[in-house]
Design a binder for this molecule. Structure first.
Ligand SMILES: Cc1cc2nc3c(=O)[nH]c(=O)nc-3n(C[C@H](O)[C@H](O)[C@H](O)COP(=O)(O)OP(=O)(O)OC[C@H]3O[C@@H](n4cnc5c(N)ncnc54)[C@H](O)[C@@H]3O)c2cc1C
Ligand code: FES
Ligand code: FES
Length: 483
């Protein structure tokens, strides 16, 4: 296949074409060191603090979609065909401030200012979507932005009055939509992109078949989807990821198909892209989804990446295993499907051979029964689970006929609790049955102690969640909701 050896994107108002791009070059380094656009800050360089937040616009079947992302863990190569918007672009060429910035100044939303560009970008994205945001919407928009000195109250006050300073539809991101769409469309030539800097190589396949072909030719390549895990390998562990195959741009991995039996997500569907369908078909996952990272990470991170990384504390595997999900793996033209739990063989070991990739995840539609998803972490926002749990129990005529209980953080892999499940089968649907099943949990798991939680805490909280499951399902007001 003919390939192109440069990436093209829009940076604020300018066309950029770059051929000298390595696999592990980050967007933030490009902005700050190469372009001297130093408004975007580097705080943590691991996606946590949001100081580097920029917006990225990309063409989707529904039109141009702008999202906040963490520039520190976003790789430059992945921006082919995108519009990168930095803090420098929000105001006017004459240096005037944007309405969000004016509101922040007037409401004292900034002290040292280090977090401020990132916060402004997050609030700008919010304002473009909701001109009169509620406090809950502002808090949600700021899940991925840390401010260590101002305190959030003035920032939230500023966010709520941006519309007093201007109209979102008059902003150039709104008025330039058609011309940006045309410019991005013109950049698309349907070709594979293959760029290098020194011995560091980045490949962007043209489509999913081309991805299969690339991985056949370069089976040792690092697959990069949203880079919210891989980005940290580079910025934290200084790992080289070349050759890297970027898949986040592949529309063929972003399809969501709903049938009578199942909802199937392409492996490249991000948390943000999935959330409406999740809300519609798996409403018990809505709060849980909102507990995964913050918006910047949810806008990049994919369900496929969360599974493929094989982490015992990834949030989607336990809840998807409980729902009976299966995954499709592809190598060349050959595909195989396996129950999600079978993919996780041992700590750090998955049932995936070199050159194979996760193509999709299929989740059966809910058919009655009781469902729950719980995440236990030290912080509500932007934290990794100590324990994550998915529960699905089927009851007929008052008796439990099927149970799927899956746990993360309790073993080296996300796994079902076979003894606890067996204890439920054939029992009446009652608190006593659930508490008896909880007593069996030590037969299923011997959790570890680490910086997130002790083994005792993990076991205790996991057992307590059986009680919580009963209380919630029996109508007691046991759920801790966001105020
Ligand atoms: C600040 C922050 C907060 C986070 N919070 C959470 C959280 O609350 N809960 C949680 O579970 N995770 C969290 N994460 C981790 C991460 O966001 C998720 O694991 C995410 O789903 C990874 O997806 P990705 O597309 O970014 O994967 P990538 O980083 O691109 O890849 C991850 C791994 O999967 C492989 N891979 C990706 N796609 C495929 C595919 N289709 N086929 C085969 N291999 C593939 C890659 O080679 C790599 O090994 C957080 C990360 C950050 C930086
Ligand atoms: S620098 Fe902290 S999230 Fe990027
Ligand atoms: S203003 Fe100092 S970190 Fe937010």
């Amino acid at each position: 296949m003919q390939h192109r050896s440069e990436i093209r994107f829009l940076l604020n108002g300018r066309d950029v074409a770059l051929s000298d791009v390595g696999a592990d070059d980050t967007l933030l380094d490009f902005l700050r060191l190469d372009q001297r656009l130093t408004g975007s800050k580097e705080g943590c360089a691991e996606g946590d603090c949001g100081a580097c937040t920029v917006m990225v616009g990309r063409l989707t079947p529904e039109g141009l979609r702008y999202e906040t992302v963490n520039a520190c863990i976003r790789f430059l190569a992945s921006l082919d065909g995108c519009h990168v918007v930095t803090i420098e672009y929000l105001g006017g060429p004459d240096g005037r401030l944007s309405p969000v910035q004016k509101a922040m100044v007037d409401h004292h939303g900034s002290q040292c200012g280090f977090c401020t560009p990132g916060i402004v970008m997050s609030l700008y994205a919010l304002w473009m979507a909701h001109e009169q945001p509620t406090v809950a919407q502002v808090e949600s928009a700021l899940q991925g932005n840390l401010c260590r000195c101002t305190g959030y109250a003035p920032i939230i006050r500023a966010a709520q009055v941006v519309t007093d300073y201007g109209t979102a539809s008059a902003e150039h991101l709104a008025t330039e939509r058609d011309s940006v769409t045309a410019r991005l469309t013109a950049m698309r030539d349907g070709r594979r992109v293959d760029v290098s800097k020194g011995d560091s190589r980045a490949i962007l396949p043209a489509d999913v078949d081309d991805l299969a072909a690339v991985l056949k030719a370069v089976p040792e390549a690092t697959i990069v989807a949203g880079s919210t895990d891989v980005g940290l390998w580079v910025t934290k562990f200084l790992k080289r990821i070349s050759p890297a195959v970027f898949i986040g741009q592949l529309d063929g991995l972003k399809e969501i198909t709903v049938t009578e039996e199942a909802v199937t997500f392409g492996a490249g569907v991000t948390y943000s892209e999935a959330q409406d369908v999740i809300a519609q078909h798996y409403p018990h996952l809505v709060d849980y989804w909102d507990r995964i990272a913050g918006w910047q990470v949810r806008n990049m991170g994919t369900i496929g990446g969360n599974i493929a990384n094989g982490s015992p504390i990834g949030d989607t595997p336990p809840v998807l295993i409980a729902l009976g999900a299966s995954i499709t793996l592809r190598k060349g033209d050959a595909r195989r499907q396996l129950p999600l739990e079978a993919f996780f063989l041992d700590y750090g070991k998955q049932d995936r051979v070199e050159g194979e990739f996760v193509e999709s995840i299929s989740i059966p539609r809910l058919a009655g029964g009781y469902h729950a998803a719980y995440k236990i972490s030290k912080r509500r926002e932007e934290d990794i689970s100590s324990v994550a749990v998915g529960m699905q129990v089927t009851v007929e005529a008052g008796m439990i006929t099927a149970a799927r209980l899956a746990f993360g953080g309790m073993a080296g892999v996300p796994a079902r609790a076979a003894a606890a499940e067996a204890a439920l089968l054939g029992q009446p649907w009652s608190e006593a049955s659930l508490l008896a099943a909880a007593e069996k949990l030590p037969e299923d798991f011997q959790p570890l102690s680490d910086m997130r939680a002790t083994a005792d805490y993990r076991m205790k909280v996991a057992q307590n969640l059986f009680r919580r499951f009963w209380l919630e399902q029996s109508g007691a007001d046991a759920r801790l909701e966001r105020a």
